[in-house]
Design a protein around this ligand. Structure first.
Ligand SMILES: NC(=O)c1ccc[n+]([C@@H]2O[C@H](COP(=O)([O-])OP(=O)(O)OC[C@H]3O[C@@H](n4cnc5c(N)ncnc54)[C@H](O)[C@@H]3O)[C@@H](O)[C@H]2O)c1
Length: 440
């Protein structure tokens, strides 16, 4: 296909795009406040590829490196309309103040805008998130009815704001650990389980189901299963809707997926990697519950094994120990502190250590990811893509993959995959300047 043919195959981003978030907490409000601040020219979209990154096209000597947003037809920030669901009835301004991420001097100029965003009643159940209590909750005779109520919210929101398209990004609390079971195996089994109020159907799954039934792309920023079950993957394919997840790759795990490929690229060994965090926001409080932490732990632990491939390199990576801890420590608020102690091994087995002390701001790192996954998912939808969007793995700690495939965790391979997907969809040559054979 020629470049021109492919280009015209992507539907243009005409009209307004709604971005709905289940969850109106630290991440969602930082995202919304930031987009509005950028729209008013008060800040730059730092951390966002869709707004700031360029993409090389053709040979290096061609000198063609447009901004991604000038290369592909993305929705403009001015066309975005925000909405949310949350069991806590606070508007986005109150929620942002409580989250304590942004200073008052940054909130004041967008205060009125944030105040106008009030959460719709949530599908929420304390069984899945134990540390949160809120009255802004939907009632229904069973989970099917609750899912239908979410579908109606989506349709009403679209009509009220005269939207052309929508995307949903899960920015709500991490739910307890659930394993995929027979209830999640097929669409029919899933819908039956909704009707019988099966406790294997978590609220996050109902949001994902409602989105897909309404033809709305769905992105999962938390580690809970949510859309990552066979029934919903099947539904996404059937409805022709893009999905992606799980768990935004922000602080410590982001650095892990930068450092580990570096250690491996030099064929240095690893004896152990100890990661600990102190975190004082509500997310930290939810993760203080062992059931929610188990979900997060699974997501954080999987990264190193897939990058280092101990089966292929037993002399370097067999039996390394990997420990991840999250400690809830209220005084720190959203400003997480992470420590990593990495025991590596070099020539003639001599041990060395790397220490990383990362004083990061979780929601400041997560907000541009919400923007990018929303805009890229909307673009993918218009380009006719459906099902799991592996090229968005770049943004996730536990990337969703087709059944039986290992996810790709190396940030730089993920980046190449993302940019090559954009080149491919726009009919440009793919560039493999990374020398992917090193990682095979
Ligand atoms: N901040 C980061 O860097 C980062 C990185 C990766 C993943 N995440 C995940 O993103 C999510 C949001 O993080 P946060 O810091 O904003 O947390 P938060 O506690 O500030 O906000 C979460 C909000 O979700 C609401 N909620 C809970 N269950 C809900 C439901 N069923 N429907 C609608 N709303 C619901 C809560 O009431 C709360 O307001 C968490 O799951 C977190 O693990 C965050």
């Amino acid at each position: 296909m020629t470049s021109k043919q492919k280009n015209s195959a992507v539907r243009p981003a005409t009209g307004r795009l709604g971005i709905l978030t289940p969850g109106l907490g630290a991440v969602a409000t930082t995202f919304m406040a930031g987009v509005e601040s950028i729209r008013r020219g008060r800040s730059k979209p730092i951390g966002s590829l869709t707004q700031m990154a360029t993409i090389r096209l053709g040979k290096r000597t061609d000198n063609r490196s447009p901004l991604i947003k000038d290369f592909i037809p993305l929705a403009s920030l001015d066309d975005i309309v925000f909405g949310a669901w949350d069991p806590i009835p606070d508007d986005a301004l109150t929620a942002a103040r409580k989250a304590g991420v942004l200073d008052e001097r940054d909130l004041a100029p967008v205060a009125e805008f944030l105040q106008a965003i009030t959460p719709m009643p949530a599908v929420f159940d304390n069984h899945y998130v134990t540390r949160i209590n809120g009255a802004n909750v939907k009632k229904g005779k069973n989970k099917r009815e609750l899912g239908e109520a979410l579908r109606k919210d989506i349709r009403d929101f679209k009509a009220k704001h005269a939207l052309d398209r929508l995307v949903i990004v899960w920015c709500a609390s991490t739910e307890i650990y659930l394993k995929p079971g027979p209830q999640h195996a097929t669409i029919a089994a899933f819908e039956k389980a909704m009707e019988s109020n099966d406790d294997q159907i978590a609220p996050s799954m109902l949001y994902a189901w409602a989105a897909l039934m309404e033809g709305v792309p769905f992105c999962n920023g938390a580690p809970n299963l949510c859309v990552d079950i066979p029934a919903l993957i099947e539904l996404a394919n059937e409805k022709g809707v893009p999905i992606s997840g799980k768990d935004f790759k922000t602080g410590q795990t982001w650095l892990k997926t930068v450092i580990a490929p570096g250690i491996k690229a030099r064929m240095l060994g690893l004896k152990g990697w100890y990661s600990t965090n102190i975190l004082g926001n509500r997310d930290g409080e939810v993760l203080d519950d062992p059931a929610s932490f188990k979900t997060k732990e699974e997501s954080k632990l999987s990264v190193l094994h897939t990058i280092l491939q101990p089966d292929k390199y037993p002399d370097l990576y067999k039996d390394f120990s990997h420990v991840v801890r999250i400690n809830y420590y209220p005084p720190r608020g959203d400003n997480k502190e992470g420590w990593d102690n990495i025991d590596i091994v070099g020539w003639m087995n001599y041990p060395m250590q790397i220490k990383v002390n990362f004083l990061c701001r979780d929601s400041i790192l997560a907000a541009p990811i919400v923007l990018d996954v929303a805009l890229f998912s909307d673009f993918a939808h218009r380009a006719g893509m459906k099902g799991i969007q592996e090229w968005l793995s770049f943004y996730y700690k536990s990337p969703m993959t087709a059944a039986g495939l290992q996810p790709e965790h190396d940030l730089f391979i993920q980046q190449t995959k993302l940019k090559n997907t954009l080149r491919h969809l726009m009919g440009e040559e793919q560039i493999t300047h990374l020398g992917l054979e090193y990682y095979a």
